[in-house]
Design a protein around this ligand. Structure first.
Ligand code: BJW
Ligand code: ZN
Length: 237
């Protein structure tokens, strides 16, 4: 831990990739593993354009359940330590796969949400987007201007990542000296390749996760445990 802290402290350019595990201790369910099921369905099978086309109301029901859960969740010390370290680094980017908005709530600003945000709704008819935190009268909700079906502003399997966010992430992976990968199972592309990309460019890669993942083997340091404890220990304590 002492050496890894020195890498982090000594870096001018720091990138952090986060996944659902970082919000686990805030009470947000992860996708894979224990407690991941929703009404007996695999959440990953719901995060597809096909599932939405077939049953938009059912998929929205899942998103409403998640939005309800997230509404009651607050950032944990892991989120807060990331917001704090951002203020100390000349070059910093937080790349999150999370859609829950907890990094922003914690104060992170130099951040990209590569899988979108669960509070954004987008019209499948006219493309209009807005931040909508309230409930809907009907599911699926409809667009006020064109009557089209609204969808959550997230990225499903088979869809492209938001261009600006993925470009910012790619540029940062090219130049960062240290990459911390926290709370992700590292199985979903393209984020699953970010550790290898940074490593090829000479960055030190540090993993924070209670479990082994497909990227563990290429990491320069691995910390097995919870991010709400380990991120503050690594970044700010
Ligand atoms: C803790 C902890 C604690 C627990 N502290 N840690 C074949 C067909 C079609 C597509 C593909 C294909 N083969 C490959 C693809 C590409 C596809 C992909 O990767 N699929 C693989 C799964 C096979 N990717 C895409 O489609 C992406 N787009 C793309 O690539 O475009 C180009 C392209 C298009 C078409 C074909 C080919 C290329 C888009 C991916 C979008 C992912 N979307 C989701 C849903 C978002 C919306 C929503 O929230 O509903 O994003 S899926 C879901 O997984 C979500 C997450 O962001 C993402 C990653 O999950 P994450 O964050 O890693 O969470 P978990 O639950 O998996 O892991 C939690 C971890 O935390 C675990 O490791 C725990 O140990 C740990 N943990 N407690 C620290 N306290
Ligand atoms: Zn519309």
């Amino acid at each position: 831990m002492k050496t890894a802290k020195e890498w982090v402290r000594g870096s001018r350019s720091l990138c952090v990739l986060t996944g659902a595990g970082v919000s686990a201790e805030s009470g947000v369910p992860t996708f894979r593993g224990e407690g991941g099921l929703w009404k007996g369905r695999d959440p990953v099978s719901l995060a597809t354009p096909g599932a939405f086309a077939e049953d938009p109301g059912g998929v929205w029901e899942w998103y409403q359940w998640r939005r309800g859960k997230i509404r009651g969740c607050a950032p944990n010390p892991g989120h807060l330590s990331l917001a704090a370290v951002e203020r100390e680094k000349p070059d910093f980017l937080l790349v999150t796969q999370n859609v829950d908005g907890l990094h922003r709530a914690a104060g992170s600003r130099r951040m990209v949400e590569i899988h979108g945000n669960i509070w954004i709704v987008r019209c499948t008819g006219c493309g209009a987007e807005r931040d909508e935190r309230g409930d809907f009268e009907t599911l699926p909700p409809r667009c006020g201007s064109c009557g089209g079906i609204l969808r959550p502003g997230v990225v499903w399997f088979g869809e492209m990542l938001p261009r600006e966010a993925s470009e910012a992430a790619a540029e940062m992976l090219d130049r960062c000296e240290v990459l911390i990968v926290a709370g992700t199972s590292a199985v979903v592309a393209p984020a699953s390749g970010y550790a290898a990309a940074a490593k090829r460019r000479g960055a030190r890669v540090i993993e924070v996760n209670p479990d082994e993942t497909p990227i563990s083997g290429i990491c320069d340091a691995v910390f097995r445990g919870r991010s709400a404890e380990l991120l503050p220990a690594l970044l700010t304590d």
